[in-house]
Ligand binder design. Structure first.
Ligand code: TMP
Length: 203
């Protein structure tokens, strides 16, 4: 049986990573793989319910610690019910965000929760993608693109440009520390050029 493959996409809001995740999933499907395209927060029915709790409403709705527990609870459900079973079947899982988002958004930008993020990950999640594509985008461009969407999921986008800058730096620092897993892809060019770079960085 073909072994499963776990791929994730990361980046600041408006980086174009969701488009790229869809394109890669389509490419792998065309090549005959079973592909599970999924996202976080969410990806399973329970985790999608938690998604609404964390992404909608007042930016101050949750403390940083409560928010971290909600994201982690959603991830645990997603891993149990969707990701692990798919990998055990030999499928390719393409996830639009995974634990690196928590490391950056909750670990760095909402107070110094990095240690707690890592302890929780080790205790209840415990898996990492085989390859992570960090779609890098200048924060000004990302924020414009994210705000142009006008959806209800604005809790994080409301945090503004300064926060987007810190998140970008956080992702790039993480990639520097984990060059074997995280491939940095320049997202500020045509969709086709970005997609080609993603294919080149496949494991
Ligand atoms: P999305 O717009 O890519 O679907 O992501 C939703 C938002 O959730 C985005 O602003 C980043 C945030 N987020 C976290 O803060 N922590 C996490 O662990 C995840 C997965 C997302």
């Amino acid at each position: 049986m073909t072994p499963g493959l776990f791929l994730s996409f990361e980046g600041i809001d408006g980086s174009g990573k969701s488009t790229q995740a869809r394109r890669l999933a389509g490419h792998l499907l065309d090549r005959g793989r079973e592909v599970v395209l999924t996202r976080e927060p969410g990806g399973s029915p329970g985790a999608e319910e938690i998604r609404r709790l964390v992404l909608e409403g007042d930016p101050d709705r949750w403390s940083a610690e409560t928010e971290l527990l909600l994201f982690t609870a959603a991830r645990r459900d997603h891993v149990e019910r969707v990701i692990r079973p798919a990998l055990e079947r030999g499928a390719v899982v393409v996830s639009d965000r995974f634990a690196d988002s928590t490391r950056v958004y909750q670990g760095i930008t909402r107070g110094d929760l990095g240690g707690l993020v890592d302890r929780l990950h080790d205790a209840v999640i415990g898996i990492e993608p085989d390859r992570t594509f960090l779609i890098d985008m200048p924060p000004e461009r990302g924020l414009d693109r994210a705000l142009a969407r006008e959806g209800a999921e604005t809790r994080f986008e409301n945090f503004g440009l300064d926060m987007a800058r810190r998140m970008r730096t956080g992702f790039l620092d993480l990639a520097r520390r984990l060059p074997g897993r995280i491939a940095v892809i320049d997202g500020d060019r045509s969709e086709d050029a970005v997609a080609a770079a993603v294919l080149k960085a496949l494991p």
